[in-house]
Design a protein around this ligand. Structure first.
Ligand code: ZN
Length: 133
């Protein structure tokens, strides 16, 4: 399965940054879902404040969950993946976003499934409601 991801919708990235801000100093985690090769949907994981990584892992094991990757926030300004993050990244998907405090437009990076930094274009696209999962 090699569905090429062209980028992330700007509104979706803005949403991620907003949620990260409002969740701070707790962490926030979610799964990324894409429409037509563009990441447009975030499935926020409930109760992620205590053990985000475990919660994400549990969701990855749900059979009907088609995620292209994950997103989570770091309360610090360090946006490098931790060892636990790398284990998570290798489980599924090839686009893993980490956002770091203070959650500005440049306080995020995207990593591949093997933990290499990759570029993820931010796209100005209209998202129609009926395309949302
Ligand atoms: Zn992390």
């Amino acid at each position: 399965m090699n569905k090429a991801i062209k980028g992330i919708a700007r509104v979706t990235l803005d949403f991620i940054l907003e949620v990260s801000k409002s969740t701070y100093p707790k962490e926030f985690a979610g799964l990324l879902q894409a429409n037509n090769g563009i990441i447009t949907d975030i499935l926020i994981l409930p109760g992620t404040e205590s053990s985000e990584i475990n919660a994400v892992l549990q969701l990855f094991m749900l059979p009907n969950m088609s995620a292209v990757g994950s997103v989570h926030s770091h309360p610090s300004s360090v946006i490098r993946p931790s060892k636990a993050d790398l284990r998570l990244f290798s489980k599924t998907g090839n686009h893993h976003i980490i956002v770091g405090h203070p959650f500005g437009p440049d306080n995020w990076k995207c990593y591949s499934g093997n933990g290499e930094e990759i570029s993820l274009p931010v796209l100005d696209v209209e998202i129609e409601d009926d395309e949302l999962v």
